[in-house]
Design a protein around this ligand. Structure first.
Ligand SMILES: [Zn+2]
Length: 304
């Protein structure tokens, strides 16, 4: 089993990041893995609860079955993305059941998202999940701050959001959160946004988000854990690359490859053509855009 804590720490030390690809449609898994291997990279295949409920990923069991069918443990691992405590529609979720199920299915790392809770409750929920994960020998990702985009309806004006810093992860809160919750990786809000998923908005091109790199570095100094960038699609290349030397060691990519799949499927009606489109887009992102081709040897190296 790949040791994800070590792999992500190695990425952090080498100023690179582990790309994590969301797979809202099961046929996306095979071409994503193939692209990762061909690029000599290392990546996570990840699935979020809303992809079972609002897309066609089925559930954590379906994703695991398809992943283990195509996996190459030297190049890919399986991560449970957002299981929210309160979901994008404001509903309470039985998050512990979903997370325990994923652990039992053999996921290599898990995330709990308590970011819609007040700080103390987010700490309590995350601590519970971190303990479950650590008992199984795997790392736990958590989220602090408001990464908007999954909610229904249009976003507030982006520039206003960015320049006011409203919703950004607070540095003092992040320090306390990591120390008290025991999470291994922290997803932060520094200008990044999720791609829209609601009907009528999910096909739109994402707003090119910016990142507050000074704020990011302050969060890294305060927490000393690898940080995670959600909403990795559509961020200009110079910001993304700079973020890898300021704490970001895992970057989530959803919209870019989902839209490649959906538009190819819509125009040709062929799953195989949509898979080709996903392969091309994934390879391009890893190699050309993020510059994360060839990192496999570096991030999987065992350091004594
Ligand atoms: Zn996310």
């Amino acid at each position: 089993m790949p040791d994800l804590r070590m792999i992500v720490q190695n990425a952090s030390n080498a100023s690179v990041a582990i790309p994590a690809f969301n797979v809202p449609y099961l046929p996306m898994i095979e071409p994503v893995i193939r692209a990762v291997v061909d690029q000599k990279s290392f990546a996570m295949i990840e699935t979020a609860r809303l992809e079972w409920l609002k897309f066609e990923a089925g559930g954590p069991g379906w994703v695991a079955e398809e992943f283990f069918r195509w996996q190459d443990p030297d190049h890919v691992s399986l991560h449970l993305d957002h299981v929210p405590v309160i979901d994008e529609d404001g509903q309470r979720v039985d998050y512990l059941a979903d997370i325990q199920l994923a652990i039992d299915l053999g996921y290599h790392s898990v995330m709990v998202d308590g970011s819609r809770l007040p700080l103390a409750e987010n700490i309590t929920a995350t601590k519970q999940v971190a303990e479950l994960a650590h008992k199984a020998g795997i790392p736990c990702e958590a989220e602090l701050g408001a990464i908007l985009g999954h909610e229904a309806g249009p976003l507030p004006p982006y520039d206003e959001m960015f320049f006011s810093g409203v919703g950004f992860t607070d540095v003092a809160e992040a320090r306390r959160f990591v120390a008290e919750s025991g999470c291994d990786w922290l997803s932060v809000a520094v200008g990044n946004i999720h791609g829209a998923i609601s009907e009528g908005l999910k096909d739109r091109k994402k707003i090119p988000a910016r990142l507050d790199l000074d704020h990011l570095q302050n969060l890294w100094r305060a927490t000393s854990v690898p940080l995670v960038l959600h909403g990795g699609s559509g961020i200009p290349q110079e910001f993304v690359k700079a973020s890898f030397s300021k704490g970001i060691a895992k970057i989530n990519i959803a919209t870019e490859i989902r839209q490649a799949y959906e538009s190819a499927l819509l125009s040709t009606g062929k799953v195989s053509t949509a898979q080709d489109a996903v392969y091309m887009r994934t390879a391009e992102l890893i190699g050309g855009y993020f510059g994360l081709d060839g990192i496999q040897a570096v991030v999987t190296r065992e350091v004594a």
